[in-house]
Design a protein around this ligand. Sequence first.
Ligand code: ZN
Length: 278
Amino acid sequence: MIAVKNHRLVSSDKSLQISFDASPNHGTTFSEGLPDVIVLHYTGGSSLESSVNWLKNPASKASAHVIIGKNGEIVQMVPFNIKAWHAGISEWQGRKNLNNFSIGIEIDNSGLLEKRVDGYYTYWGKRIDNSQVVLATHKHKNQEQAWEAFTEKQIVIVEKIVMALKERYPIKDIVGHDDIAPGRKTDPGPAFPLQKIKNKLFYYRNEDVQLDINNNPNYGIVTADYLNIRTGPSVNNQTVSEPLPKGTKLKIVEEKNGWLKVKVDIQGWVSQHWVDLL
Ligand SMILES: [Zn+2]
């Protein structure tokens, strides 16, 4: 469980890493009744540390309330009652300049990748393993591009933080930077399951609930470029085979904590985030 106390994230769960590393880049306190929107971003940076350092540097003139590392580490940089500088020129549903009414969450992720003859690379030239590449079409583009996968831990932590923020502030929507600055921004992009989180936490349409394992065989299709299949329902379990490629059809036999036990020619557990139900 994560909660908000004195406008900061806290948790009694010792397995969660939450630290505070203040950024000088921020505005005044929010007006009464705000913030009411959450904006998600990817950093496009090379590491959590480099992104934290950049957002602490006055020269960046940028910050976020929270940054989430690849292992689910949480670094808060601005208290939630203060305006952070993450949105830039932006508009959502007729309201301009989202810094004035939103909480910004950055996720450590390289974002859009470049395809070379021997694989996929970040714009600063780091090779990204194929298992961490998601091929997907951005909602504002008409061709498939390569994106670095978000980690399962990052997705789970985003959900927990959003739930904690909804408990404390009158949050009514969650959007991507690409929703509020289309054309200018691509983050968090199609590799992040924003719509699933929106459906679950804001529209209360939990896809998990639609699974009726006992009465009906359910089928799904792999949406990640490559999806690890494991001996049990967590990333701590070993993989049982090569990753399943995108488009693999799965028979779903069990569901547990965001994981699906599936049968192909082999049987194992996969993250539900990367499976669309058929
Ligand atoms: Zn952004």
